[in-house]
Design a binder for this molecule. Structure first.
Ligand code: HEM
Length: 418
């Protein structure tokens, strides 16, 4: 009887649940208001839409964490795509799209190739880069900070960690974008798998040459490429093949570049709108906290996606195996049950900011979090050094990025404040 009553309450709650589909641009525009409401009224809901496939939307800290921690019940094979149907070409053969033991093997090796110690060794390079980028901002009283600062640091820092020579960074970025664009066109039916192979050819040639130089001893630096050639899986899974190294190096750049750019622009936006810029400039010990608050409130990857491998339940709600589960980091990271009644405020006095799900959780949690935090810290300190105070340009308008899982602004116009 109690179970039947609970099931009835769930059905009623779901009927009354606000409608929200992350692919609908009108919903996306109001995500910060609608998702917390959904979280309060129906944290696990089945969402249908006239133009998009149905999804199960999970919008509370407890249930998002639950899904992230369940092993063997979900697949990552189609990455973040909810448009691709099982059987169609999926993203790529990288760490993120592997499941089970295949995933654990590659992850063990990649984690050993990108430890906090390796990130620490790259600090002098990143500091020099950040200082030169900030120095080059013209003293004009107004600047668009996304293009003049945020886009110029993370990609180069990650490329440096991988071992791409400075002179090849721009090509490396271009080839990666070319392949991603081809993959997107395939999922939209506008290109073939052969087009993807053609798009990735220059990247593959370049990385093969980098691997050859390391194998022959021409290049001896301690970078990710060199380490990946040497590292053996500690549990007997052998080394990565050249193909696995190529796929994962491209993925490291994809995973770490735009995400960290979004973190940087959102953070500056939060600081200038909350009036905390000068506070941070005067007390740099607060910068790491500000970074966590920004990741919490505006997680650069705002949704996780999981495909159930069989029919399951989440928080007592039945979920079909053929319906993708979409996890809202925005809702979880503002959930009043964890962050209190003012979870939507940017504050520097929280003691639990680091609990946010901005880097995911569980078996697929971000392996680049130490790198991202370090890059953001260095880039922010360089900007704080240069500007005593900044304000939004009077004509600035927040315009969100198009890709549905990304959360960030396309530009950030600021002026020097008095
Ligand atoms: C602010 C910057 C970043 C954010 C917000 C971020 C966020 C995330 C999130 C949420 C996931 C898990 C997604 C899921 O489970 O669905 C993830 C995974 C991953 N991230 Fe990051 N990331 C950032 C920077 C980086 C950097 C700098 C790197 C590498 C240099 C990186 C490499 C990866 C990799 C390889 C994975 C896949 C892990 C796996 O599947 O086992 N990320 N990231």
């Amino acid at each position: 009887m109690a179970a039947a009553r609970a099931a009835w309450r769930r059905v009623m709650a779901e009927r009354e649940a606000p409608r929200f589909h992350p692919l609908d641009p009108r919903d996306a525009e109001h995500a910060f208001e609608k998702l917390p409401e959904l979280s309060a009224r129906c944290p696990v809901s089945h969402q249908t839409h006239a133009s998009f496939d149905p999804i199960t939307l999970v919008a509370s800290y407890e249930h998002v964490s639950d899904v992230y921690h369940r092993r063997g019940e979900f697949s990552n094979r189609y990455g973040h795509s909810i448009l691709v149907k099982p059987g169609e070409l999926h993203n790529a053969n990288n760490l993120f799209t592997l499941d089970g033991e295949s995933h654990r093997r590659v992850r063990r090796i990649l984690v050993s190739a990108l430890t906090p110690r390796h990130v620490e060794a790259a600090v002098p390079y990143i500091m020099q880069l950040a200082e030169s980028v900030v120095r080059a901002i013209p003293d004009s009283g107004r600047v668009e900070l996304r293009s003049a600062w945020a886009t110029l640091i993370p990609g180069k820092a990650v490329a440096h960690l991988i071992g791409v020579p400075d002179a090849d960074h721009n090509n490396f970025f271009h080839w990666t974008m070319q392949k991603m664009a081809a993959l997107t066109r395939v999922t939209q039916g506008q290109a073939t798998v052969a087009d993807v192979r053609a798009a990735e050819a220059p990247f593959n040639e370049f990385l093969d040459e980098q691997l050859r130089r390391r194998r022959s001893g021409e290049v001896t630096s301690d970078d990710i490429l060199t380490r990946l050639l040497a590292l053996e899986d500690e549990e007997g899974g052998g080394k990565l093949s050249d193909e696995e190294i190529r796929a994962n190096c491209m993925f490291l750049l994809n995973a770490g570049n735009q995400t960290t750019q979004n973190l940087l622009t959102s953070l500056v936006h939060q600081l200038v709108t909350s009036g905390l810029w000068r506070t941070l400039r005067q007390d740099r010990s607060l910068v790491p906290l500000a970074i966590e608050e920004s990741l919490r409130l505006t997680p650069p990857i705002q949704y996780g996606v999981r495909r159930p491998v069989h029919d399951i339940e989440i928080g007592g709600c039945p979920v079909r195996h053929d319906t993708p589960v979409v996890l809202s980091h925005v809702a979880a990271n503002r959930d009043p049950r964890v962050w209190g009644d003012h979870g939507d405020e940017f504050r520097l006095d929280r003691t639990n900011s680091e609990k946010h799900l901005g880097f995911g959780m569980g078996p697929h949690a971000c392996i680049g979090s130490a790198a991202a935090r370090k890059i953001a810290l260095i880039a922010m300190n360089a900007l704080l050094d240069r500007f005593e105070s900044l304000a939004l340009a009077p004509d600035f308008q927040w315009k969100r990025q198009d890709y549905w899982t990304s959360l960030g602004m396309t530009s950030l116009e600021v002026v020097w404040a008095k």
